[in-house]
Ligand binder design. Structure first.
Ligand SMILES: [Zn+2]
Length: 201
């Protein structure tokens, strides 16, 4: 039976680092925004689609592993409809783009890549899609653990430990704002990451 395996923070950090190193070692040397969508397209052959996934924006992203009919919200007709989606597709919530939430959409991508690299076997076997909710929903032990892994992996990938530290010591003034801007993530994500790395101003 396919299952979600437990995974340590160190293992998730190492996996993210390995992906960045293989893609472009400079990403681990010079502080810069991680080209998350390019990595997903170039390395994993993932396709992106933009849809209103739910009427209220509560689901920010959805990875479709097997080709499937997926319910999405039709903004024009104000109703749900099934659309055909090819396997290996990440659907991003169009609300994120309407509101120009760049950091949030990049984080959603990194979270979905976390599911792809860690939980693909599980979702394929169960014939499920992997979603990123706006709010954390604790539906079951297994699910919450998969969500935690995808979130933690996403942080490690978009804000690699070494370069974040380097940038932190160089930054002047409001370090959270400066680093969020530098790595193109939300200030909230950067604050969490800095705390995790033991860096707080
Ligand atoms: Zn998720």
């Amino acid at each position: 039976m396919a299952m979600i395996y437990r995974c340590s923070k160190a293992a998730l950090e190492a996996k993210a680092r390995q992906i960045l190193m293989a893609y472009n070692p400079d990403l681990l040397d010079a502080p810069q925004p991680i080209p998350i969508m390019e990595i997903m397209e170039d390395v994993y052959g993932l396709n992106f689609e933009y849809q209103y996934i739910r009427n209220d924006g509560r689901v920010l992203g959805l990875t479709v592993f097997n080709s499937a009919l997926v319910p999405i919200y039709d903004e024009e007709y104000k109703q749900y409809e099934l659309i055909e989606v090819k396997g290996n597709t990440v659907i991003l919530d169009a609300h994120l783009f309407d509101k120009k939430m760049d950091g949030r959409s990049r984080y959603t991508c990194a979270h979905e890549l976390g599911h792809y690299v860690r939980h693909r076997e599980f979702y394929l076997a169960e014939d499920l899609e992997a979603a990123k909710s706006g709010d954390v929903e604790l539906t079951s032990e297994e699910d919450s653990s998969a969500e935690w892994q995808a979130d933690y992996f996403g942080c490690c990938l978009l804000m690699p430990k070494g370069v974040v530290k380097k940038a932190y010591y160089r930054a002047m003034g409001d370090k959270v704002a400066a680093l969020a801007n530098l790595f193109r993530v939300s200030q909230q994500s950067m604050r969490i990451r800095l705390q995790e790395l033991g860096l707080t101003s």
